[in-house]
Each structure stands twice: as C-alpha cells, then as structure tokens.
Design a protein around this ligand. Structure first.
Ligand SMILES: [Zn+2]
Length: 584
C-alpha cells in the first residue's frame, strides 16, 4: 500500500514538473479590468540565475512595462525555487497582453485580456448572494410563500421577477467544485481563485497571507469613485462570502487576520454575526488570540456599534455614516428559528434583527454618501442548513432573501431605479425537490415513513398554512410536506421530519481519525431509516455541487446579464455599471 502510494506520488510529480516549469499569476486567460491593481508573480520550479531570467510583457521588459523591478527571491521559502513578485501593478490600456517568461532554457507564456468599461450607468450596485441557494430551495420558497393551485404559482418571487437572467458557471482555478471563498472572490475580483482562497491567487508558499493579490470591487469603488461600501450577512462577518468582498488570504479560516483587514479597509457598513473575533481574548465568548478590542477600535474610528435589533434601529435613524453591527458571537439564527421555533442560538441572542432589517439599516446609512455605494447582502445560512440536510430552515432563509430583495427593489424604484441589483447563488447544493412526504398518521398510521414519500401524482401539493405577511407559513410540521433530498450524503438517519428543536445534526464523530458516522441522536426515532452515504467517511455533511447557478438582475447595466456566463463575468457586469475603468 505504501509502495503504491509512493509510485503514484512520483508519477504525479513527474507529470507536474514536465507540464509547468513556471507558474505565472495572474493565470492564463485571466481577464483584468483596466486600471485595477494586481500582484504579478512568477514561480520557477527550481533556482534561476536572474541574469538569464527574461520576463516580457507584450515584448517589453517587465520592469519597464510595470514601472518596477519587483522582488526576485533566489530561494523562495528557503527552498531551491526562485520567484519574482511585483506588488500592486496595473495595466491601463485595454487589449490582449502576452507575458513571456524564460529562465534561460525553459519558457512559458500566458495571455491576459485587459478590458475597459463604458461610462457609469448606475449610482449604486447591490449584490445579493444566496449562499448555496439551489433551484430546489427557490421552487420550495415559491410554493411556501406564494402558494400554488392547479400547477400555477399564485405569485412570483422578487428574485425571479427580474428582467434579466443568466446561468453562471462556478468552477475555481483548482477544482470543478467551488467553496464560498473562491466563488465570492470571483464575483468580487473578476479573477478565478482556489478553494479556501479569496482576493488572491493561491501560491505555493507556506504563508497564507502573502499570496499574489487581486483588487476587489470594494477597493476599486472606494478608490476610484469614493463610493460607500457595505457588507451585510447573517453568518459570521468573517465567513468566506462577506470576507471575500474585502479580504485577501489563501486561508478563509484566518478570522483574526480577516478582522484586521476589515479594519484597514473600513467598509462603511459591516453587519452580521461573528463578534467572537472582534473581542479581546480575555472577554467572554472571544475567539481572538490577542488582546486587541476591534469593537473599541471601530468605535474609536467613528463607527456606530449595534449588537441588537433596537440598537440597529437607533443607529439607522441616527446620522451615522459608518455602522458596525455584530448580533451574535457566531452565526446569527435563521428565520424559522428566530420567528417560530426559537431554536438554535435564539435563547442566547433573542434580539437579532432580520436580514430585511439589516438591509434597511444598511440602505439608510450607505445612501448618506452622495457618491453612491456598493453593497453585498448575503443570506448565508441557506448553505449552512443545506450542509446539515435541514431543508425547512434553508427554505425559510430563501424566503427571507426574497423579502430583502423585494424591499430593496421597492427602495430603488422609489429613487427612479438608479441602482443595479443582482441576485445569485455562489455555488449550488445538490438538492432536489422530488415530491411530498405524506405524514397523515390519522388516516395511515401503520405505513413506514419511507413509504410515505409521494412522487409523481402521489406528490400532489403540500398543505402548509397560508403564509403570513412576510411569506412564511406558521408551521413546517404539516401532514403533507415538501420532500427535498440531497444527492450528496454522509451516513445519517433519515427521519423524514423537520427538526423542531434545533437545526439538524446528521452526523457525529466516529471512532476512526477524522471520520463521521450517523448521529445516534436520531437512532430511536420511530420510522427512521439508516441511510448509507455516498461520500467519504471523513465528510460529515452534505457538500457543494458544481452545477451552474441562477443569476437574475434589474436596474442600469443589468442588460449584460443573459445566457451562459462565467462567475468572473459577474464582476465585469458590476464594474461596467459603475464605469470603474479609467477614462481612455
Ligand atoms: Zn457551504
């Protein structure tokens, strides 16, 4: 077994060294906004004599082309490998750019496309991200919040009711399957990145904070146009999607450093959970590894700080132009727990605002900047719930996303539609709506739960109560419920029933190293089915999938949204609407 492993490794190494003598960042076929900053890096596979090294940009020596000679590292990371790194370069003229690199014997070239933008069309850009939002969540949200009769929905979701729509491909530079870091990074920078990385090309060095950077839309919008910047989520604010709007790291788990990068960038509005990494290590609930009090730092820098919904409302009504809202030490709670079940962290943090209230406060504060603003809003728990096979909670947070979008569209309409609004997922979850679960014990008491899954004509229509004014049915434990199943499964007990106390926990640690097994907690639930997973035992939850995601858009610049798009093109739609390239 060990011999086999060694042989496989050798083949991989040989193949690797034969294919690429030099790695160049940005990568081949990168599309780069004219004037946007990026770090240029060449990694040589061995030591190179700088006198023999030749690096050209459209035929010109790189130092002349970029205006700096950068930093040549003879033995990068103390190994027999040289590297060349230039920080903060940019290319102002649009067109194809060929970069050729030679170490004296071996050479490689990449071609980048530098693109321009038209004149500014939108005063503001608002990017809504439903993290892990799958078409099944979307259809379920429509059925629950609008109702359906004889096959026709009784209404449209705001996220569907948009003039422009596209399918967006989500693969990253290292894998067909993306995570929220590199997918949000593609939207925020227009560059592909790798799993766990944001705002950088993941390089080979050990340091996760030194990787070659690419500029984010928040940096560009602030630097070039003086726009206000808002980042709003209901996950930890340091989590991948919100962090990718601002931060640069190959390691998304570097929360302390991400908080430091937030503080350096000073987005005007920053809202979510995750206060644990803002609190000094001595404070209760802190997860920081130092004594820095970032809440105090933000306050000293002029931010209004809110930790509850009443404090948020007060801040929104004040004259505040900068707002930090941190409403839980970890992730906030979703709509189903906050409004109905009171599970999860609601008892500990009973005064959390709804995403719609966070968005309203953000719009109030950000629109005080006359220059306009860029705002990213994430309904981030759709993904967390999909991972733990908790379909009801994921669907309720999809309805919440829809409410936030509707409210924002109404806000934009009242201003004469000066705002580009985009709504999309960052990656898919392999969920499917396959029918209903017919759980009427009064008429069919002896039928096992598995036999109660109704498909085709037996699915019929669910019987959730009519939705309230916000689109939420008051109960999910009705006798005919939607059956949404994941195609990626760890071993788990399928109970076929919503979890009314706390979010689902399908797995628990198994005895082996880094492996999981079905959670015993549900073993004795009547009618439960032990379902053997199709994932490796080291995976304790459902995983992301690589299908395209749906993008809908309205407002100035939204006409660029159509057909089949790459995730990097979403950045291009936004920078084009804001006219972020320098005038030619
Ligand atoms: Zn996820």
């Amino acid at each position: 077994m060990i011999q086999l492993f060694a042989a496989v490794t050798l083949i991989v190494l040989l193949a690797g060294s034969q294919v690429v003598a030099q790695t160049i960042y940005p990568i081949d076929r990168a599309e780069i906004l004219a004037g946007a900053q990026f770090d240029f890096k060449v990694e040589f596979s061995d030591r190179v004599d700088p006198a023999k090294m030749k690096v050209t940009v459209n035929g010109a020596d790189y130092a002349a082309a970029f205006g700096q000679s950068g930093n040549f590292m003879d033995r990068e990371d103390g190994k027999d490998q040289s590297a060349l790194l230039l920080r903060n370069v940019s290319i102002s003229r649009p067109g194809d750019v060929t970069v050729e690199v030679s170490d004296g014997t071996r050479s490689r070239s990449v071609v980048w496309t530098v693109y321009d933008t038209g004149p500014r069309k939108a005063k503001n850009v608002i990017l809504f991200i439903g993290d892990g939002l799958s078409p099944a969540h979307r259809v379920a949200a429509r059925i629950l919040s609008k109702g359906i009769a004889e096959g026709k929905s009784r209404g449209k979701l705001a996220i569907d009711d948009m003039p422009h729509m596209a399918l967006v491909a989500t693969a990253g530079s290292d894998s067909i399957i993306t995570d929220s870091a590199n997918s949000a990074s593609a939207y925020a920078t227009g560059h592909k990145s790798a799993v766990n990385a944001m705002g950088v090309y993941a390089d080979r060095t050990a340091n996760p904070l030194d990787d070659p950077r690419v500029e984010t839309i928040t940096s560009l919008a602030k630097r070039r146009l003086g726009l206000a910047i808002g980042v709003v989520t209901n996950t930890e604010i340091e989590d991948a999607t919100p962090a990718a709007m601002v931060a640069h790291t190959r390691r998304r788990a570097a929360y302390d450093e991400i908080v430091a990068q937030y503080f350096a960038a000073k987005p005007d509005v920053l809202m979510g959970g995750g206060s644990a990494n803002f609190l000094p290590q001595a404070a209760a609930g802190s997860k920081r590894k130092d004594d820095v009090d970032y809440i105090a730092r933000f306050r000293d820098a002029g931010y209004q700080v809110a930790t509850t919904k009443p404090e948020l409302d007060a801040a929104a009504k004040s004259e505040a132009r900068q707002l930090l809202g941190l409403f839980a030490t970890g992730n906030m709670d979703g709509a189903l727990d906050r409004k109905f079940l009171k599970g999860g962290g609601v008892k500990k943090f009973p005064d959390q605002p709804d995403l719609t209230e966070q968005v309203q406060a953000a719009l109030n504060v950000l629109s005080r900047n006359e220059a306009g603003f860029f705002l990213m809003v994430e309904s981030g728990l759709i993904d967390k719930y999909a991972h733990v096979l908790d379909m009801e909670r994921a669907v309720y947070d999809t309805i919440m996303l829809d409410n936030a979008v509707r409210q924002t569209r109404d806000w934009a309409r009242a201003r004469g539609d000066d705002t580009l609004i985009l709504v999309l997922a960052d990656h898919n979850h392999p969920n499917s709506l396959v029918g209903t679960i017919n759980d009427d014990m009064s008429t069919t008491p002896n039928v096992p739960l598995r036999e109660r899954v109704g498909v085709y004509e037996k699915a019929g229509f669910p019987n959730y109560p009519a939705p309230d004014a916000e689109g939420y049915p008051s109960r999910v434990d009705v006798s005919k419920r939607l059956a949404i199943f994941s195609a990626s499964l760890p071993d788990h007990y399928e109970t076929y029933r919503p979890k009314l106390d706390n979010p689902n926990e399908p797995t628990m640690k198994a005895d082996g190293p880094e492996s999981f097994k079905a959670n015993d907690k549900y073993k004795d639930v009547p009618g439960v089915v032990l379902r053997f997973g199709n994932l490796p035992a080291m995976i304790g939850a459902s995983v992301h999938s690589g299908e395209d995601v749906i993008l809908t858009a309205t407002g100035p610049g939204s006409e660029r949204v159509h057909g089949s798009m790459d995730n990097t093109e979403v950045f291009r739609v936004m920078v084009d609407a804001l006219g972020l390239a320098p005038p030619q």
